[in-house]
Design a protein around this ligand. Structure first.
Ligand SMILES: [Zn+2]
Length: 277
């Protein structure tokens, strides 16, 4: 599964800043409608961002095992409490030891989310609530949390999507921006807050390419070279054609997990390499 048919697709970008040893790899797993992203930091720290729907937990565990990670995972970040993000994590918690869990301050007490919190508590895994302005130094890189703002309410943020954790990893000229499932009101609010600070070479587009995500205002601010849309069949028929057209107007290279399969992007501050399987 993991080793078959790898195609190097591109390799570009200029400038200097970060040493070649500082490589960050993001694996955007094809988990149908949902998100599951594995981040490998320069000195080997690994973070799983979301786990897809429950039926994809096993795929994520197998994939981690193919990467040589059968027993231990440094971090799980749950961006928000919806099933297509928290679902697979329960299987992962039952199969690997996890060092720390990062959570949004706001959540809906769904059955799968409650099960997740029950497991995290029972396993005594340290938890940290992260919010806008927090900077996590992981290996040699900084990850800045840009959403949600602290001290609001779930209602004020228009529910779990608006409250989902969005973050940016700084790495020279090849920053990566991860937008979870933020809605268009939130992405516009983030542009107002960060402006040019949002520029990033690689964008994980928000909310599976839905019709209420990735505004022109936002895409214009990010100026991404590459975008990834994590999406698959669902009752909502994401991604929206209009949103995909809009993303393609602003971003030269756009990849979808439902078309490309697992998408692996490595950046080193100067270069970007994309592989699909
Ligand atoms: Zn989602």
């Amino acid at each position: 599964m993991f080793n078959k048919c790898k195609y190097i697709i591109i390799c570009l970008i200029v400038s200097a800043a970060v040493s070649a040893a500082d490589e960050l790899t993001a694996h955007f797993l094809n988990v149908g409608h949902g998100d599951a992203i594995i981040l490998q930091f320069p000195q080997g720290t690994v973070m799983l961002v979301d786990g897809g729907m429950p039926e994809y937990g096993e795929k994520v565990v197998d994939y981690l095992s193919d990467l040589g990670l059968s027993h231990y995972l440094d971090y799980i970040m749950l961006t928000h409490s919806h099933d297509d993000h928290v679902g697979g994590l329960n299987f992962i918690l039952q199969n690997l030891t996890v060092g720390k869990v990062l959570l949004s301050e706001y959540s809906e007490p769904t059955e799968l989310y409650q099960r997740f919190i029950f497991l995290v508590d029972s396993l005594q895994i340290p938890q940290r609530i992260v919010s806008r302005g927090d900077v996590l130094e992981i290996d040699s890189l900084n990850m800045e949390i840009i959403n949600p703002p602290a001290g609001k309410t779930l209602e004020a943020l228009r529910g779990p999507n608006g409250a989902s954790i969005a973050m940016k990893i700084d790495i020279g000229e090849t920053d990566m921006l991860f937008m979870a499932d933020v809605d268009k009101m939130t992405d516009m609010e983030i542009v107002n807050e960060y402006g040019k600070g949002l520029e990033a070479a690689v964008l994980k587009a928000a909310h599976h390419g839905s019709g209420v995500s990735s505004t022109r205002f936002f895409l214009d601010a990010v100026k991404a070279k590459i975008a990834v849309v994590s999406t698959g069949a669902s009752e909502w028929n994401y991604p929206s054609e209009e949103t995909m057209e809009r993303i393609k107007r602003y971003v030269p290279e756009v990849y979808r997990t439902d078309e490309a399969g697992d998408i692996i992007i490595t950046v080193d501050g100067e270069n970007i390499t994309v592989e699909t399987q």
